[in-house]
Every structure is written in C-alpha cells, then in structure tokens.
Write a protein that binds this ligand. Sequence first.
Ligand code: GDP
Ligand code: MN
Length: 369
Amino acid sequence: MKLHEYQAKEIFAAYGIPIQKGAVVERPEQVEDVALAYPVVLKAQVLVGGRGKAGGIKVARTPDEARERAAQILGMTIKGEAVRRLLVVEAAEIGAEYYLAFTVDRAARRLVAIASAAGGVDIEDVARTTPEKIVKHHVDPTAGFHPYNAREMGRALGFGGKHLLQFAAIAHGLWRICAEMDAELAEINPLAKVDDSLLAIDAKLIIDDNATFRHEGLPRNEELTELEAAAQSQDLSYVELDGDVAIIGNGAGLVMSTLDMIAHFGGRPANFLDVGGGATTENMSQAMSIVLRKSGVRALFVNIFGGITRCDDIARAIAAQPPAVPMVVRLTGTNEEEGRMILQAAGIHALTDPESAAQEAVRLAAGAQ
Ligand code: GDP
Ligand code: MN
C-alpha cells in the first residue's frame, strides 16, 4: 500500500529524518491560515508519480498567490487521480540534490540501499545513462544495515565530516522504517543540501500489503475504490474493473480464466471477485451485494467449481437474493445436485459448461442494454 507524501513524512520525522515545516490543506482558503514563512511550495498529494512534471507542485510568494495556486492544484486530476489534499511547505533553497532509497531486489532476495549524487531526476535515467553514479548496498537480512554501512555509502557519494554523519543518520533512519514497518520501498528524491544540512524534500513509502495487519496505526489504503475497501473489510478479494459483466468465482485462477473467457467472447468484466476456497452462504451473499453495487453492471456471471466450497451453500445465497440484473450460473463439483435443486426451486437454471455459460453472460449483458 502506497502512502501519500505527507503521511510518509510524518513517519520520516518520527525516525529523525529532517523534513520541511508544513501543513496539509483540503480547501484553498485554508492556505492563508497556515503559519508558514513565505515563499511556500504547494504539493498535490496523489499516489501517482511525477507530480512536479504534471504541474502538481507550485511555488507561491504571498498568501494571495498561495490561495490562487492552491485552487488550481486542488482542481487538477493527475494521471486519473483527483487532487484532494495539498501539502504546503516552507520552500527550501536547494543547493544539491541526492537520491536515497531502500527497495526490494527480488533477484537478490534482499533489500537494497540505493544512493546517488545525481538526485532530483528519474533514478531510472541515471541508472541507464550513468550507472557509475549509483551506489548500492545489498542488505544481509541476518546482519541488517548498520551505521557503518550508511557511512560507507555516504563516503562513496563524496560526503565527509558533518554531512557524512547526517547522511548516515538519514540512511539508517530510512532502514529502520523499512525493517520496522515492512516497507517494500522507502525513497527520498531529492534528498537536498539546504543551508548546509540535508533535508528530505520528497518522500515515498510503500508498505508490503501482506504485512499491513502487523501495523495498527496505518492510514486508510487510498489506492482502493470504495467498493474494494468494503470488500476487503469482508475478506473478499475484489478488484473493480470498467466493464459491465459482474463476476464471482472461487479460486483466483478460475476467476482469472473467467475474466479471460468473458473478454474472449467480446464482453467486458466489471470486476474480479474470488469468494475463496470454503466460501460459505454468507460469504457468497456478501460477494453478490458487492459486485452488484457497482453502477453499470448489466449481468452477473457466477462460476463455481465446488471443492471445499459446496455448491449448495453457493446456491442458497443466490436463491435467497436473486439479482435484479440477468444472471448466469455455472455450477459443478461438491454437492452439485443439491445446489441445482435449490436453484431450480427458485426458478434458476444452472449450466455446467463454463464456455457456454460465459457466452450466455456476454449475450445477456449486451441484450440488457
Ligand atoms: P515529485 O515530482 O513527485 O517527485 O515531487 P518532489 O517533491 O520531488 O518535487 C519535484 C521537484 O520540485 C524537486 O525535485 C525539486 O527540484 C522541486 N522542489 C520541491 N520542493 C522544493 C522546495 O522546497 N524548494 C525548491 N527549490 N525546489 C523544490
Ligand atoms: Mn520526487
């Protein structure tokens, strides 16, 4: 899960990484009330990258200018994401820009610290054109990352004296964030020299989704849509898509192939929803209400291969609340006969062949338009 810059910076500050003085606002007129020294920098809080280039970062010299620019940025949509908040910070006079990050190197099966004296720009470009300007240190998971590792990296970047100690403290703080918060990316770009001290101008933090349960105080995951968040709170694995055929299946592989079949026959899936192995009648009811809440859904396709999940449990949920849109049910496997009987009693016919069922779902979605 990605955190916003302001959320990441709160964590950075708690780990002793210096940041600019700032405040978060949601409406342009709030900018005038924040007690900051001008000039200030207004920064769109979005989870997509490259805000600066997209016009999401602007300098203001007076409160009037700040309100005007805040109104501009708060009205923007950056790469599909509406700007709902701004981080306003006291502008820093940047001397030099560096890059510092910890990220997962999957091939090496460990975290890697990456630093460069060529910061502020796309690190991918630096890696491609001048790889010699990048310093890397793979972190031994049993040994961890120690202050002397940080100093070694700092020396390789050309730091000495107090700057070396500052760099090492920041790098070590960033490492502790990774280790204690299960981050898969912690990045400062640029890490800038301002008034002869180092300052984190930007902050990126991605927490491993598999570890979020270990961290109580995390902010809400804003990458999720409203429906996705609702599904997550019911332990349903749901991803919203932009089509009109709602889909429920059991097992990620079956659901993926169901989406493919719908697309193959010319339809557009409205979602991915895996009720999971061993889904109960209640899980299935919840799944149905989630997928049907999405606007623009024209048909529902339920594709169940009963194993640990029992067809009769699924059928009970369907029979109890038949959807308002046309539905196709493909049911096979454990307790199939019982399931069919329950559906039949509710006037619902279930198919066994997934392909003809998918074709039927596509046809229904088109016909319902
Ligand atoms: P990004 O575009 O999402 O990476 O956002 P950043 O926070 O990294 O800002 C983009 C660029 O704006 C930085 O690389 C800086 O060059 C510039 N910038 C941001 N904040 C300040 C600031 O306080 N002072 C100055 N001089 N430049 C800034
Ligand atoms: Mn940046």
